[in-house]
Each structure stands twice: as C-alpha cells, then as structure tokens.
Ligand binder design. Sequence first.
Ligand SMILES: *Cc1c(COP(=O)(O)O)cnc(C)c1O
Length: 380
Amino acid sequence: MLGKLRPVGSRVPKPEFPGELELPWQTLYQTYLMGSGTEALSAAVAISIGRKPDVTAPEVILPAYGCPDLIAATVAQSAKPVLVDLEPGRPFMSAVGVKSALTESTVAVVGVGFLGIPERLERLAEICVESNLTLIEDSAQCFPPASSVQGWADLVVLSFGRGKPINLMGGGALLASNANLGNVASTLSQYPLKNQKLGLAWRSMRILFNFLMSRIPFAIIERIPQFAIGETRFHTLDEIFRLEIPSCLLSSGIGDFNLRAPLTFLYNQKLEELESRGWTLLAKHLVNDSGMDQALLRYPLLAPDRLIRDRALERLNGAGIGASAFYEHSLEEIDGIDEILPESECPVAKDFAARLLTLPTHEDVRDGDVSTMARELFRL
Ligand SMILES: *Cc1c(COP(=O)(O)O)cnc(C)c1O
C-alpha cells in the first residue's frame, strides 16, 4: 500500500481572511488567547482555585478516559486530579460518579468534549451551581464549544494545536463567562505575553506541515519512531503564556473549518449494519439529531471486544487507512500518570479504551475511503 490516510488533522490555514473576526461565543464569553489548550485549562484551574479561597488542598473532577494534558494542567496548579469513571459504553462521566466524587475541597468540574461530541454540560452545570463550583468545558476537540449557545460553562478551553478542529500549529483560548467571574483578568495578568508572528519561519513551517499530511509523506513519517506519531505521552506543563494570535489567522481557521464537509451521516449509514454484530456507532447515538450533518474530529466506534478492535486496527491500517485506538489507555494507566495519581478503580474507562476505534473525518477523506473502511470492517 503506497501512502496512507492520516488518522486526524486538518491543514493549517493561510492567514489571509480579510473580514471581521466573528466568534460564535462573543455575546456570552470574553476571549483570552493562550499558549496552548493545556495552558488555557491550567489557567482555568487557577481561576477556579481563586474562587474558593478557603480550600487549602483543591481537587478537580476529570473523566477517567481522556487527554493526559488534563492531568498536567491540573497538577501544574498544585491541585489534585480526581478521576470519575464513565457511563457504560459512553464517553461521558458517570452522573452518580461525579456526585460521589465531590468533597469540601472540590473547586471545579471539567466537562471534556469527545471528538466533537460535547459532555452533558447541562447536568454538570446543575451540579456545579448547587455546590458552588466552577464548570470548565474542555472543548479542545469540539468546535464551536457547546457553551457558545447556552452558556453552560463558567470557563471554556479551546486548542489550536495539531490534530484539533482548527489547526494553527499551536495556541489555545480561554473563554470566560461574562457573568460573575471576578478574578479572571487578575489571574491571567501574571502570565507573560507572547506574540505569534507570521513571518517567513511560520510560513515555511505551515507549508511543510501541510505537505506532511498528504498520503505518501504521512506513510513515511509514521514509520520514523522519533516522530512518535499517534503515541499518547504524558508531559508536565512547566510554563503558561498568554498569546497574541493575529486575528486574520484565527478567522481563516474558523472559515476553513466551516467549509469542511461533515462525514457523520455517511459513516452512520455505511456502517449501520455493524451494530447487529455487536459494535456501537457512538455518533449515531450521541450526536444530536438536528437533521444537520455535524462535523466530528474523528468518527468513533466501540468494537464488541478488544480482540476485534485490534484486528480492525490491523486490517484498516494494512489497507492504508489511519484507523486509531486514540489514547489506548485510561488516564490512570498512562506511563507517568500512574505514579502521580492515587489508586482508583475505573473499570468502565478501561473497557472503553480497550474497545474504541476511531476513523478519520478530515478534509482528505473521500467517499471511496469510507467504502474501503466499511468493506474491511464487514470482512472481520
Ligand atoms: C489536545 C487536548 C488538550 C490540550 O491542548 P493542547 O493545545 O495540545 O495543549 C486538552 N484537552 C483535550 C481534551 C485535548 O484533546
């Protein structure tokens, strides 16, 4: 197989959008651009801690399956991550689990969107209002954030890194609700400001990055171990910056995102019969049924068991399709995190990690690729 369809990631936009920068959340939230999604999340944790000055050992509620940066952002503020197991067969935190994880020391609940599917923020908002906690929507994988419309979260996190809905080769944003958050500006002002310049170096990197996303270059770099393509690693967060991103770049990113054709309906339709074989098409059950096709960052399925998932990965990758197990492990099983987290039992998250398979949805996926994927999956 010559060339391979990458598992995730859209091209970096050309920074040339001439119009006004329109942000879908601008009536409800103030936008603060940050060095990365992780930095934005860590700043959100700092703000949450500041709103509970009586708590001496702050705790933050997080899902047990997710990005290792959730842990890095939390421990960087000397807060304790408290993992909540998932609802069976779903990427959402168990509602009972969240309630029983609350203590006097809880300062925030992080509702993490999954590949374009937001958490159940309305429920989380109820819990947070009741207990006077900060609700953070981590929307690094979803654009626009679900809070844009209803304003559920107090703080929202966006990422503009590789493999996110809008790829600007880095950067992130913290959105702060216009309502009642007194300490946002004072907390953020302690972080130094960097300026994202779009000079020759940036423009050359953009061309190189975009080139490496094509099928043949991707197939080559994927084989180079130093690039560690697709591996999940834990990195500590050592510094937090505010970032000045030129508005022409951000609006070009949003503009390109809006032009991409969602593939959710096509996948749901082509793969529907897999459900009678014990698979779960998560998007079919969880993407809201508005009649409008909705873009996902990757298309997620749960295999009947780990063995079948692993066989599917092998077959699809052999056929030139970058199918992925995503994080592969629940958070507490990831190297480096297992040492800093207290022992917890999250069997549902482990089962989810063992059965998850994701398929690409980016702008280079053609109808023929979806047919190839369906063919390989039905042959298992
Ligand atoms: C990628 C990601 C982050 C971190 O964003 P970076 O910009 O890469 O630092 C945080 N949370 C989630 C859910 C993510 O997927």
